[in-house]
Design a protein around this ligand. Sequence first.
Ligand code: R5P
Length: 292
Amino acid sequence: MIVVAGPASNGIGFRLSRILGSKYTRVLTKVFPDGETYIRIEDEVKEEDVIVVQSLYPPQDRHYLQLLLIMDTVKDLGAKSLTAVVPYIAYARQDKRFLPGEAISIKTILRGIEHAGAERLITIDIHNDKSLEEWLNIDYANLSAVSLLAEYFRGKMEKPLVLAPDKGALNRAKKAASILGCEYDFLEKHRDRVTGEVTVKPKEMMVTNKDVLIIDDIISTGGTVVLATRELLKLNANRVYVACTHPLFAGSSYEKVLSSGVEDIVATDTIPSPASRVSVAPLIAEYLEKKL
Ligand code: R5P
């Protein structure tokens, strides 16, 4: 078995190979002066079970093309099997035609991965796991990092309460709450599909003097957690903690979230960021050890 770490995921790729006790290689990549992408796999992959690891954080389109080039090359070079580990799958939030004429972007992304030769796809906390079921004809797994994130907070919070920033994320909050042995709830969030403006409405909620953990799949602009934090502090929450799987932190949103009054922000390493303190490598390794 060999782990082929794409340029976006050298860290996870290396950690994964250490846990699996497998071979590891990085991919040589460069960009030509006209903007085209070059990749070269320098180590032998013939007759190997190959695990390609490449996350699709910004620049998403470049990382996606690198992933397709790597996978197609691995197949050309005679790999025995090909598993794609894509810790963060970009475009997953565009999972339907919200407005007429829009692309269902996640469909195109997933079909491309399949057509480039992946026989199995492993990802972490994809925004909507129904997309995998709907658009893939290969084996797949959507692993959850919620337990790892909740474990991080065990013993660090007083009178804990877990909140999902919207109803769709309630299951995540429920899982984290079961680990922290506390209650959970959700906030009423609305996103304007045209302007992108987000509103978070407080509900009648007993947060006074509680330490609240907001758990989300993605932090992008930080708008959701900043609004939620402000509302919770207005309702006299004691401390507000934030956890997310995929810390995109567009622009200066990490600083924006930090200065909104949160006590701490913790995320996984599906995307490198100052908050990425929890590695998903053991989760992926555990799954692969059962499968391969
Ligand atoms: C949306 O449904 C997701 O679960 C996240 O809540 C969202 O992507 C966060 O985005 P932002 O940080 O821009 O508010």
